[in-house]
Design a binder for this molecule. Structure first.
Ligand code: FDA
Length: 401
């Protein structure tokens, strides 16, 4: 955002609403408002609308999750998302997808994907915008945003435009190379709205020091229960050259704070005394061999080395085996950081929900200013929840435009 005045040589074109950001939330909001008869302009500095949608879900867009519920979102106010999520549901979005003849399938854990390509979702949203007569201006930087006499005036490229309502849908700073910025936070500060400190989320964690040894396992994956803070997820974890990734780790990264440990249960289906039981049924076995029967070989070897229990189980005391079992079910790793915004699927934090109406996403103290999508301090779990929030918050704001 520059400081230049938006008033260019020409008079400002006027609209009923201006949406900043042609991503998931902005396109949905604009299409719905346009179809409600509003004259809507969408502005984006990218040359392509919906850039994140196109690469999402490995190119197939995990566009919603049928298990959507407020407890699958991270926010300083866990109740905030409830209203919008209840009024525009996964079934509503699925009905739209089906109206556009887009084939889809449920993959796992309630996650719905396109059979074909994520681009179909962008085309669908652009088609919905066209049906609502929405004007979309791509490829021009926003120079200034001003507010006065009930009008928002925006300068972008060589144009100046104004409207009584402004929707901020510029997302979070994750994946800057796709055009992501912290613009929403700058704008929030301009209007004196609080911002909950943003940080990268759904992001791989990095290991260093002694724990860097685990990096030798790069490429090894196994199902675990990974926990950070009060959250725990049972999914695959993947060792990488820099540390840890895979769905279980991405999920806990949204809850993890610098300095904290991540707890990993490598054998979630084993009871506490399983090693002592193994000793009775196979006394000649070793810790390494029983681990190798349950885990990928390289991981089993590394864990056995770390446990430093050599020799036959028969020669190890039950107490030692019980202690080893406890470690394996609550292995503490202390990441030294994350792979940052360059690799983060989303950003937690953002414009404080305390500033916004949960019904309309309008700023309580700044009439006519709405904030939707990832820009808000509402962040979903991995698995289609973030798009559902984008659709639902965009739809909710559109009802008020
Ligand atoms: P979004 O980021 O979609 O849109 C913001 C728009 O604002 C962009 O078009 C951007 O160019 C524009 N903008 C930013 N700064 C600007 C500025 N200064 N001036 C003008 N325009 C500006 N979620 C999910 O539910 N299922 C999935 O499968 C995936 N997969 C996935 C993969 C990858 C690699 C990433 C990075 C992310 C996902 N996500 C996901 C997350 C999902 O993409 C994300 O939560 C939504 O796109 C957020 O929608 P928004 O509309 O809020 O922001």
């Amino acid at each position: 955002m520059g400081s230049a005045s938006p008033s260019c040589t020409e008079l400002a074109d006027t609209y009923d609403a201006i949406v900043l950001g042609a991503g998931a939330a902005g396109l949905m909001c604009a299409a719905v408002a346009g179809q409600r008869g509003r004259r809507v302009l969408v502005i984006d500095h990218n040359r392509q609308a919906g850039a994140k949608i196109v690469i999402s879900g490995g190119g197939r867009c995990n566009f919603t999750n049928v298990d959507t519920a407020p407890d699958r979102f991270v926010s300083a106010n866990p109740h905030f998302a409830r209203s919008a999520l209840a009024r525009y549901t996964p079934a509503d979005f699925l009905a739209l997808v089906e109206r556009h003849g887009i084939a889809w399938h449920e993959k796992t854990l309630g996650q719905l994907f396109c059979d074909g390509s994520a681009r179909q979702i962008v085309d669908m949203l652009l088609d919905e915008c066209a049906q609502g007569g929405v004007e979309i201006a791509l490829g021009s930087a926003i120079r200034a945003v001003e507010h006065g006499e009930g009008q928002y005036r925006i300068g972008f490229g060589t144009r100046a435009v104004s409207a009584p309502r402004l929707v901020v849908a510029t997302g979070g700073p994750s994946i800057p190379k796709l055009g992501a910025t912290g613009f929403a936070y700058d704008l929030a500060r301009q209007f004196k709205l609080k911002v909950v400190e943003p940080r990268p989320a759904l992001v791989p964690l990095t290991l260093s020091g002694e724990e860097a040894l685990f990096r030798d396992l790069a490429g090894v994956a196994t199902e675990v229960v990974a926990g950070a803070g009060k959250a725990a997820f049972r999914e695959a974890a993947l060792f990488t050259h820099r540390g840890l990734s895979g769905p279980a780790i991405l999920q806990v990264s949204s809850y993890w704070r610098h300095g904290e440990a991540v707890a990993i249960d490598f054998l979630p289906d084993r009871s506490a005394g399983w090693l002592a039981e193994a000793k009775r049924s196979s006394p000649r076995a070793t810790v390494r061999s029983v681990l190798a029967a349950a885990l990928p070989a390289r991981l089993a070897e590394t864990l056995a080395e770390r446990l430093a229990l050599t020799g036959e189980l028969a020669n190890l005391s039950d107490a030692k085996l019980a202690e080893a079992g406890r470690r394996l079910s609550d292995w503490r790793l202390r990441p030294n950081g994350t792979e940052g915004y360059a690799k983060a699927e989303v950003t937690v934090g953002g414009v404080s929900t305390a500033e916004l109406s949960s019904q309309t996403l309008e700023a309580r103290r700044v009439p006519g200013l709405h904030v939707i999508g990832e820009a808000v301090d509402v962040t979903g779990w991995l698995g289609g929840y973030n798009f559902q929030w984008a659709w639902a918050s965009g739809w909710a704001a559109a009802q008020a435009l």
